[in-house]
Design a protein around this ligand. Structure first.
Ligand code: SAM
Length: 236
């Protein structure tokens, strides 16, 4: 699907029931083809109408939540393989999209999980994805939390959030503050995007895991073959 240049409507103009029906009718339940086959998600697939439809017919903001991004896949796989990372923790999944990493954290025994995405449709998709996986709905926050005073979180998850230089730079200084002030742990999933590899945060990260992407994920993300998980622990 091409990027939608025409933001016809604010997502908040639509009631949740309308959005739920729209998501049900325009996504497909997926699972097996990602790095985390144990998590089921409603996503865009080639059999969905908007896979090839004219983007101006899409009634919401760009549907990042309808894709399970390779960075989020690696991060979720790492959590499921290492449940002690989340067990008993208070977790924020920032830029949560479809909610997969937040769902993985909950499955691993996190006490409290917040899914944060500025797209309000992502919150509805995340609630539907929780239900698909037999979980109670997670708390979803649509405010821009980057730059806010973040108290009470043990762990911040960032799946594929380093896709634009401006976001990367604002995340960098905010994450430094969260770690320095509140001792928050930060995990990043990224498939080697240029905006990430070339950013100054990159040399401050420690690699925790490396995953080869499944073939269908490679095909959907032309040029990407693997995805990594990084731990951010800057020396102040
Ligand atoms: C590339 S997608 C990644 C989604 C998910 N983490 C994954 O890996 O599948 C980036 C997401 O970040 C969200 N986003 C962008 N800027 C944000 C911000 N300032 N705060 C919270 N979410 C944001 C977008 O709406 C989008 O859903």
């Amino acid at each position: 699907m091409q990027r939608n240049k025409h933001r016809c409507l604010s997502n908040s103009d639509r009631p949740d029931e309308y959005i739920m029906k729209f998501i049900s009718e325009n996504t497909e339940i997926t699972g097996e083809q990602s790095l985390t086959p144990e998590i089921k998600l409603r996503l865009f697939t080639p059999s969905c109408r908007f896979w090839r439809e004219r983007p101006e017919l899409w009634p919401f903001a760009d549907p990042y939540w309808a894709i399970y991004w390779p960075g989020g896949q690696a991060l979720s796989r790492y959590l499921l393989d290492n449940p002690e990372v989340c067990q008993g923790m208070t977790v924020l999944d920032l830029g949560s999209g479809c909610g997969a990493s937040a769902i993985a954290a909950k499955m691993c025994g996190a006490t409290h999980v917040v899914a944060n995405d500025i797209d309000t449709v992502a919150a509805v998709a995340t609630s539907m994805n929780c239900e698909l996986n037999g979980l109670e709905p997670l708390i979803c926050v649509a405010d821009n939390m980057i730059g806010s005073e973040l108290e009470g979180f043990d762990l911040i998850l960032l799946g594929d959030m380093f896709y634009e230089e401006t976001i990367a730079t604002s995340l960098h200084s905010w994450l430094d503050h969260c770690i320095r002030t509140h001792g928050t742990k930060v995990l990043i999933g990224d498939p080697g995007r240029a905006q990430f590899q070339e950013h100054c945060i990159r040399r401050l990260l420690h690699q925790l895991a490396h995953f080869e992407l499944p073939e269908p994920v490679k095909e959907e993300n032309y040029g990407l073959t693997c995805s990594n998980v990084w731990y951010y622990n800057p020396q102040f």
